[in-house]
Design a protein around this ligand. Structure first.
Ligand code: PLP
Length: 435
């Protein structure tokens, strides 16, 4: 269908929450590896990968081959967990072998939101407590409970009830909510967490849910001291610790398979989605035997959870990450990109902060480096300028002033150089026009 008709139909038939990047929506028709093409045949380097979801590249040959093979052999297409199928069980086994010690049980869902919903229900069931603590600027999904967990007014609906969730300040060091400096702050945000529990709850909680790097919030990295202190506080008040690894999991940071493993804590649950299926709609919760046993006798069902085709894609995706040693590539080129962006920070007035790890990094744009006024329009212009130059990136942050990138794990050094060059050119252009 031609661009104009498709755009009109989208506008006519989709509900009004259907947002899109760019002034004019991009109509993408084809993808391979790190590249995508639009309906006019223009090529783009994909540095956002859907939304942080493509891990081993678009249409990886091995995934294609295995899917085609399964179709050709009339492999069962849909069954639900009420029957046994090989891909989901093998995937669960693989995930247990890769997860932090003690996370031995897996429940599959279709999205990160549902994974978080299930984790919270399991935590409430286990502790008998209701209150969940989450962080301001955090994002945990679009379903009712998951939205309640979110710390962003922008994503909330009108008249939405807040179901037993309290929010505490995040470790957003670049914009410290307490106006302190990182090394002399006395971990004010962790103190706020304890005070919140002591003042807003009955002194007992069901869970604390934290993204170790807050994705939608703009890749806000929690320092190790915060995670370790938050964990200690969570345990002190009886909560289960849930690490939301929807963006950071599956090796995206290049450091550990789940980012939480880097810290001295033992999460009770981790949730994952996005890169798990390399774009296939599959997500999961992993938990300890104890949490799982506490669910014994409970009926819980998800029609498409553990779907054989999605589970197969996820399983092959994990195999490819190992076979092609992709976490090493993520680490090496992630460090390279970070250092190149740090150089751009020195050069460009509007580039206030560079954050991220591995194949997830953010550029926070400001109108002035001293006042840190959010450069929201400039971020929108950066989206247009990078698009023109054949680079796809994303945006985030409460004020929409943070550019986000999350390329595929098998990106090359030359492609990384191209990203830096285009961002450099676009920053120069946007800065020129914003004066
Ligand atoms: C950290 C985090 N948790 C949960 C979700 C929700 O995942 P989904 O959109 O698959 O429901 C997201 C989505 O962006 C996310 O970034």
């Amino acid at each position: 269908m031609d661009y104009k008709s498709l755009k009109e139909k989208r506008k006519k038939y989709f509900t009004h929450t259907a947002i899109h990047y760019y002034k004019e929506p991009l109509y993408i028709t084809k993808a391979s590896g790190t590249k995508v093409w639009d309906s006019d045949g223009k090529e783009y380097l994909d540095a956002i990968c859907g939304i942080v979801s493509i891990s081993v590249g678009h249409n990886h040959p091995k995934i294609k081959e295995k899917l085609i093979e399964r179709f050709q052999n009339d492999g069962i297409q849909h069954s639900s967990v009420l029957y046994m199928t090989e891909p989901a069980i093998e995937l669960a086994e693989k995930l247990v072998s890769l997860a932090p010690e003690g996370l031995n049980r897996v429940f599959f869902t279709n999205s990160g939101s549902e994974a978080n919903e299930y984790a919270i229900m399991a935590a409430r069931n286990f502790t008998g407590e209701e209150i969940v603590v989450s962080l301001k600027h955090g994002y945990h999904g679009g379903t009712l409970l998951a939205q309640t967990l979110c710390g962003h007014s922008t994503w909330k609906f009108r008249a939405q009830p807040f179901t037993s969730v309290v929010h505490t300040h995040p470790p957003y060091c670049y914009r410290c909510p307490f106006d302190k400096e990182r090394n002399s702050c006395g971990l004010a945000c962790a103190k706020d967490l304890e005070e919140t529990i002591l003042t807003v709850t009955r002194g007992k909680i069901a869970a604390l849910i934290v993204e170790p790097i807050m994705g939608v919030g703009g890749f806000i990295e929690a320092p190790a001291e915060f995670i370790e202190e938050a964990y200690r506080i969570c345990k002190k008040y009886g909560g289960l610790y849930i690490s939301d690894e929807v963006q950071t999991g599956i090796g995206r940071t290049g450091e550990t398979f789940f980012y939480i493993e880097k810290f001295g804590v033992k999460p009770d649950m981790v949730t994952m989605a996005k890169s798990l299926g390399n774009g296939a709609p599959i997500a999961a919760v992993m938990m300890t035997d104890e949490c799982s046993e506490a669910l014994t006798g409970k009926l819980h069902f998800n029609t498409f959870g553990a779907d054989p085709y999605q589970a197969l894609q996820a399983k092959i995706n994990l195999e490819i990450i190992e076979e092609e040693n992709l976490m090493e590539n993520v680490k090496v080129l992630g460090n390279y990109l970070k250092s190149e962006f740090e150089k751009l920070k020195e050069k460009h007035e509007i580039l206030g902060d560079v954050r991220g790890k591995g194949m997830m990094f953010a550029l926070e744009l400001v109108k002035d480096k001293k006042t840190k006024e959010h450069a929201t329009n400039e971020a929108n212009e950066m989206m247009e300028e990078t698009r023109k130059r054949g680079l796809l990136i994303g945006k985030g942050g409460l004020k929409g002033n943070i550019l986000r990138m999350a390329p595929a794990y098998n990106i090359t050094k030359e492609e990384c150089q191209k990203i830096v060059q285009i961002i450099d050119e676009a920053l120069t252009e946007v800065q020129k026009n914003s004066k």
